[in-house]
Ligand binder design. Structure first.
Ligand code: IVH
Length: 673
């Protein structure tokens, strides 16, 4: 084939393939079988291999994701990406309408367009002459991250607006929400459970984690979708009179747009729309967290304008946290790493706020009493902080008389040893340190991401190792051979070798992680790091007195006692020894991230951050190469202030230290939304 013919055929193929992508991913109605689609892709790939200079960025062959990147560069939004004011009650809705009409000096009704408020991650897509040139996250609204490479892998995002639409402007920014469909989210978590990867708490986290992946191939392997709802910057050849026509135009160039589009004109009709969307909420394919009302007329929108962060012409009514009734089938007792026996509610699975809930922790015996729930009860459940399932109480009217109270068993359900309730404590414990349940939890904790971070050693493998008697403690993991591993289910030579490699790598994680991973009571990640820093080696820690331990910032008498008690125990000493013999490093490694983007900076955090606990934020900056301090001094370069920041702020000002609020901090570390 000559070049010109090839060029023409490539153009045709690209258009056809993108059209099929649109039909498959946006309209949900493919018109050709997968095999025919694959044939088109193969033909295109073949031609592009032959004529490499004819490969363009909008080719569907470029959607597979390139090589991993070290980080994301930032993008300045020319038009800020705003957020929305929130409404929670019928009165709020009435007040919003009143405010709008007052600002417009109008007695007659104003027309609003309703849309679903999707619960995902805001994104802006820039198209020049129809071609997608840049995709960026919202960040703090003014500065976002460039996620173009990842976005290219999302099949429901057109790379070229002309493949579906006509009337393509010189420039347009399309804004929308990146979401993961609930069914895809369930599948993703199910497969992560099998591979031992940590589960995503909800579809929003899954979508955010996927979009902010440094390896675009991972993004490509996970199903993301976009639901568009607005335009950002546009050239003058695209003038649309209403929000409704905006959505129609966006749909016309190949996007899925926000569903539930209605025009309403009175507070009563607005409220009715909230009822309707609320009822339809669980039938939407993606997670939604409310309904948005937007003044439909663009000219009126311009008159109303915006405040610093929010448009005055739009507002969102937020769904109340969903509460569902389901049956409490049983209360089982789960044994933790330290032997604590926790009652866990087994529920008839029920979908709440976008994911299925089948279990809920009941914390302890007293909590079960306080709630007044009986096994067999119908109970009300919701998700606390929209993540952790929580039982609110029984529905007494649904009782039939066969319900029975929960009694904490006298013996451990796993090993049969005695369960003892410690005086003055709410907790009940299994006294047998070799209880397989405790062993299992200790192994899982040792392998977890924050501890020794051993990939591939998830529940599936650990359960088998414990059952087969191959691992009684964490030191046994380092004695595992390929042969032993191959006896496990679903374990091939390749996976086994990889696992051994990960185990080998984990030996050099350093003292802080080992300290946290062996599970000294009350020694969390922060204490472990501070201790490692102060003592430098396991040996000097093991011989430290309680008194010298309390000299470490943040270590109180009780923790110090726990630490010395831990090292007095013969079997703990032996365990440490065996780990050391196996080659697990018990020294403080050279500072990690010394060449990270924040190298040379010293951070202090004050007040509470809403996005993450302080310890997490400290660890984050440390992994990026910075140091952290608890107190303000001249060597501190940056103070990050959460809510209720106090005297540190004054001191930092006096010393002329850079002060960042939470938003600025999050965008600095690339976690802004
Ligand atoms: S409009 C000009 N419409 O909600 C106003 N936002 O709290 C900009 N969102 O960051 C937002 N669905 O990510 C709008 N139908 C919808 C939406 C929506 C979800 C998100 C968006 C934004 C946040 C604002």
């Amino acid at each position: 084939m000559d070049r010109d013919t090839a060029r023409e055929r490539i153009r045709e193929l690209k258009a056809q393939i993108e059209r099929h992508n649109y039909e498959y991913y946006v309209l949900d109605s493919p018109r050709i079988p997968d095999a025919a689609f694959d044939a088109l892709m193969r033909e295109l790939k073949g031609l592009e291999d032959q004529f490499a200079d004819l490969v363009t960025s909008d080719s569907p062959t470029q959607r597979v994701g390139g090589t991993p990147v070290g980080g994301f560069t930032t993008v300045q939004h020319r038009l800020p990406m705003l957020s929305l004011s929130n409404m929670f009650s019928e009165e709020d809705v009435t007040l919003f309408d009143a405010r709008v009409r007052r600002a417009l000096a109008r007695d007659e009704p104003v027309e609003y367009l309703t849309e679903v408020k999707m619960d995902g991650l805001a994104i802006s897509l820039r198209y020049e002459k129809g071609l997608m040139v840049e995709a960026s996250t919202r960040g703090d609204g003014t500065t976002g991250e460039d996620v173009t490479t990842n976005v290219r892998t999302v099949r429901s995002i057109p790379m070229n607006l002309a493949s579906v639409g006509n009337r393509i402007p010189q420039l347009v920014e399309i804004r929308g929400e990146m979401v993961m469909f609930r069914r895809d989210f369930e599948l993703l978590n199910a497969s992560r459970a099998v591979s031992g990867d940590p589960l995503f708490a909800n579809p929003r986290n899954a979508a955010a984690g996927t979009l902010r992946q440094l390896d675009p191939r991972v993004t490509a392997s996970r199903p993301l979708h976009i639901v568009a709802y607005a335009l950002g910057e546009t050239s003058e050849d695209l003038i649309l009179p209403t929000q409704k026509s905006v959505l129609e135009w966006i749909a016309g160039v190949g996007f899925r747009v926000s569903p539930f589009v209605r025009l309403v004109r009175t507070p009563a009709a607005m409220w009715e729309a909230t009822r309707e969307i609320l009822a339809a909420r669980s039938s939407l394919p993606f997670a939604a967290d409310g309904i948005v009302f937007k003044v439909n007329d663009m000219a009126l929108q311009r008159v109303l304008g915006q405040t610093a962060k929010e448009p005055r012409w739009a507002s969102a009514w937020k769904f109340p946290p969903e509460e569902k009734e389901t049956r409490l089938e049983d209360i089982i007792v789960s044994i933790g790493r330290t032997g604590v026996a926790t009652p866990v509610a087994v529920l008839t699975p029920v979908e709440i706020d976008g994911s299925v809930v089948a279990r809920a922790t009941l914390h302890n015996e007293d909590e079960v009493k306080r709630l007044g729930i009986l096994i067999g009860d119908t109970v009300t459940v919701r998700k606390a902080g929209s993540v952790i399932p929580e039982i609110l109480g029984p529905v007494p009217s649904a009782r039939t008389g066969i319900e029975r109270p929960f009694i904490m068993p006298a013996a451990c359900p796993v090993c049969g040893s005695q369960l003892v309730r410690i005086e003055d404590e709410a907790a009940t414990r299994c006294v047998n340190a070799s209880c397989p349940a405790q062993v299992r939890q200790r192994l899982l904790h040792w392998c977890s991401k924050d501890a020794m971070d051993i990939q591939g050693l998830g529940e599936a493998v650990v359960d088998q190792l414990v059952a087969a008697g191959e691992a009684h403690d964490v030191a046994d993991l380092y004695q595992l051979t390929e042969e032993q591993l191959l006896r496990l289910e679903r374990m091939g030579p390749l996976v086994a070798r990889k696992l051994l490699l990960h185990l080998e790598e984990s030996k050099s994680r350093g003292l802080a992680r080992v300290l946290y991973a062996v599970g000294v009571p009350q020694v969390g990640q922060v204490a472990a790091r501070d201790l490692a820093h102060a003592f430098g080696s396991m040996q000097s820690m093991a011989s430290a007195t309680s008194e010298s331990l309390t000299h470490v910032y943040g270590i109180g008498d009780r923790t110090a006692e726990n630490i010395t008690a831990f090292f007095r125990e013969e079997h703990n000493r032996r365990l440490i020894e065996r780990l050391q013999t196996a080659g697990v490093s018990m020294e403080n490694p050279a500072a990690t991230g010394a060449h990270g983007p924040l190298a040379g900076r010293v951070f202090v955090f004050t007040g509470e951050l809403s996005a993450m606990p302080r310890s997490k934020a400290q660890e984050l900056v440390r992994t990026l190469g910075a140091e952290t301090s608890e107190t303000i001094s001249r060597k501190v370069t940056t103070l990050v202030t959460g809510s209720a920041a106090g005297s540190k702020m004054t001191k930092a000002r006096q010393l002329g230290i850079e002060i960042l609020d939470e938003q600025q901090f999050l965008s600095l570390v690339g976690q802004g939304t």
